[in-house]
Design a protein around this ligand. Structure first.
Ligand code: GTP
Ligand code: MG
Length: 454
């Protein structure tokens, strides 16, 4: 009999450390909940505790841990051998072979004695492999931390070859220190001449990582070439927090069919399309991967190249979901990431999106607080048209008028001139075609070099 696999249930765990206020803490848990839902799990509740730090063998204090264990059906004690079963979550992560269908999908075990218990405990912080193990022993549930959830979402959403390789690297780095558990828990018995399963696994991971890094370098060389071919073009990049509406704006501005979804990290690959209706020279718009609080470091590193698009743009449209009560912290996180990748010097415009969901009073407050910002809704065609005009005005202001001479022997290059600049007029004399153009200084300089080359 075919039955739909049951939806895994998850309980969230947050530690409120000093310096994090109640609102920020609640927002963080709420966001974790959305991440977990993006994975397709049901969030059944959350447990929070105020502690001085996240350290400690079990993350939670004794009392809270017992409370959690009562909900998950565990013993509440780390030393307990009651949970001999291997974490299925771990198994899935350990199962790094992408092509193998996941035979042991996450299924909650049937519980004849009452309401279904959560299968997952998801901690809103990064925890160490041993903390995860201890929590699993005490709760009898599978334990994941914030990074684990994000890595898994990236893994599912990766589409291009580059994104897939980047995510596999991040995933292996996340999994390998946690491999002790996968090898049966505890220390390994020696296998054969002393090399344990674990050491073998680690070696395989190292080899695989090296292989992936070589692949990534190749892919990135290709991409760099493609990018440098786009250099000196009029480029705008949409950047910002995940779910802010970047892809929606991309669609609206370029008429392209990029994925828009009420999910976190719907977009992992950079897409580049021309602004519609097309301008001369045309403006290229790129959609980029979203940012998030506590973005795992390996993922920041891996997505640096994806974000290189943003670095090469002349203008960043910095998109924020203004209807989100925590938009200020999203703004801050995005600014930090942009600083980290060295994009803070690129001119930018702050876009306060989803304004259709903001009351008149709040809009006034937003305008006062961010007088330079553009308030809009990606769903309003008028707003999008106005944004298009803003983009065009930005480029008009940086473009210059100049003159190029196209020798009669090189008329074949005319289309290149038309592609990279706006042709204002054409005249002819004995040397060739004299073209008055308007374009970016860099683009005109490059055209001049092309025309001069033999
Ligand atoms: N009400 C309203 N919803 C919007 C607006 N813009 C986007 N959305 C919704 O917000 C959700 C996220 O939009 P996306 O465009 O996918 O967001 P994104 O920034 O590309 O997200 P990631 O790719 O996950 O980083 C979708 O459900 C959109 O329909 C808007 O102006 N108003
Ligand atoms: Mg997107």
């Amino acid at each position: 009999m075919e039955t739909k696999p049951p939806i895994p249930r998850a309980i969230l765990v947050g530690i409120q450390v000093p310096g994090v206020d109640d609102i920020a803490h609640a927002a963080s848990i709420e966001e974790l909940g959305r991440l977990v839902k993006t994975l397709g799990y049901e969030v059944v509740g959350s447990i929070s505790q105020k502690r001085d730090e996240i350290g400690g063998g079990t993350v939670l204090g004794k009392g809270r841990l017992e409370e959690l264990a009562a909900i998950t059906g565990g013993t509440g004690v780390v030393g307990s051998m009651a949970v001999a079963r291997k974490s299925k979550a771990r198994e899935r992560f350990d199962n790094a072979d992408e092509k193998k269908p996941n035979a042991r999908a996450i299924e909650p075990e049937p519980d004849p004695e009452g309401p279904a218990k959560p299968d997952f405990v998801i901690v809103d912080h990064d925890i160490s492999p041993s903390q995860a193990r201890n929590l699993e022993r005490a709760t009898g549930a599978q334990v994941l931390d914030r990074t684990g959830v994000i890595v898994e979402i990236f893994h599912r959403h990766a589409n291009s070859r580059e994104a897939k390789v980047q995510v596999e690297i991040a995933r292996l780095k996340y999994v390998s220190p946690r491999m002790r558990e996968s090898a049966g828990g505890g220390r390994q018995q020696g296998v054969g001449a002393g090399e344990s399963d674990l050491e073998l696994d680690r070696r395989k991971v190292r080899d695989r990582l090296a292989e992936l890094k070589t692949q990534l370098e190749e892919i990135q060389r290709d991409n760099d070439q493609r990018r440098s071919a786009r250099r000196d073009q009029l480029r705008v990049a949409l950047v910002g927090y995940t779910n802010a509406g970047k892809s929606s704006l991309m669609r609206a501005l370029t008429g392209s069919e990029v994925l828009v979804a009420d999910k976190l990290f719907a977009t992992l690959d950079t897409t580049v399309r021309a602004l519609q209706p097309e301008t001369r020279p045309r403006v290229l718009v790129s959609d980029t991967v979203g940012f998030i609080k506590k973005l795992p470091h390996d993922l920041v590193a891996s997505f640096r190249s994806t974000l290189a698009e943003a670095l090469e743009a002349s203008l960043l449209l910095f998109v924020v979901d203004a209807s989100d009560p925590t938009y200020e912290s999203q703004l801050e996180v995005s600014r930090t990431v942009l600083r980290e990748i060295g994009a803070e010097a690129v001119p930018s415009r702050l876009i306060l999106n989803k304004i259709d969901r903001v009351s008149e009073t709040d809009r006034a407050a937003l305008r006062e607080k961010h007088p330079e910002a553009i308030l809009l809704s990606a769903r309003s065609p008028e707003d999008v048209a106005a944004l298009r005009e803003t983009i065009i005005a930005f480029f008009e202001a940086v473009m210059v008028d100049d003159q190029l001479i196209l020798p009669y022997a090189k008329q074949g290059l005319l289309s290149e001139v038309y592609e990279n600049a706006r042709v204002l007029s054409e005249d002819y004399d004995e040397t060739g075609r004299i073209i008055r153009v308007r374009g970016l200084p860099g683009a005109i300089a490059r055209l001049r070099r092309t025309l001069a080359a033999s």
